[in-house]
Design a protein around this ligand. Sequence first.
Ligand code: G1P
Length: 291
Amino acid sequence: MNTIRKALIPVAGLGTRFLPATKAQPKEMLPLVDKPVIQHVVEEAIRAGIQSLTLVTGRGKQAIENHFDVAFELEDVLRRREQKRDLELVQTITHLAQFAYVRQGEPLGLGHAVLCAEHTLGQETFALLLGDDVFDDEDPALSALIAIHRATGKSVVGVQQVPAAHVSRYGIVNAPLQGDQGWNVSAIVEKPHPEAAPSSWAVVGRYILTPEVWGHLHQIQPGVGGEYQLTDALARLAQDGRLAAAAIPARRYDTGNKLDYLKANVEFALRRPDLGHDFLTYLKDLLAEKA
Ligand code: G1P
């Protein structure tokens, strides 16, 4: 019971934090070493038991659909050249899960993006993963949320503590009761001023949403930035006592932020058996040179 089979990943954002790289390509296709950010996020969902994924796309995002589709010409060339490893690498991506795509015609906010996929999700509880947030654990970040959903039956937000100066970048929930692994959320506010923030616990791009969210999403008005904010619908769930929070222990990278993106590349590369040793030697030499 309470098995979460479906996930939603909004990928319609313009990537304005990463220009000029994102002028003509989706930000979600930027690689961490050699694997696009979006594939890391999709694989996390699959490791948590998700079988079916809906991506909310927009203009200029075709590279994402192509990435998860059959690459006929490429596969043909690799087959004829007998590059079996590469062929397998390319084909595996197509068979990761079932994919569906819906379009968000206008960039009206995260709440609106989620609502665009209502007809594909119906009355089923689903996971929502934001494409900028990548976690580096073997145990998928989503698993912590699924456990809390199973225990409470509520919608769940994944949270981590952030520096007080950063609270205005996130949805912020009330502080946990001491010692709690998962806690009841009585307040959640989108991008508050530091003085008005209920705590420094920030929503970090992972959610479990029950069908109760749809009624609230239909009712919200434009909020912060003039956009339809998912957080405003979650605030209504919180008022009804229907929202919980789960702390995500894994290290997080905001790959839409240039410094975090660089850090993620370095750390993911150092962990690679084929690259790690040589890359570390290079970094040590470089640091010695700069010292
Ligand atoms: C969105 C959500 C915000 C959340 C954040 C996590 O904001 O609106 O509540 O904390 O993602 O990354 P965005 O980063 O799209 O401005």
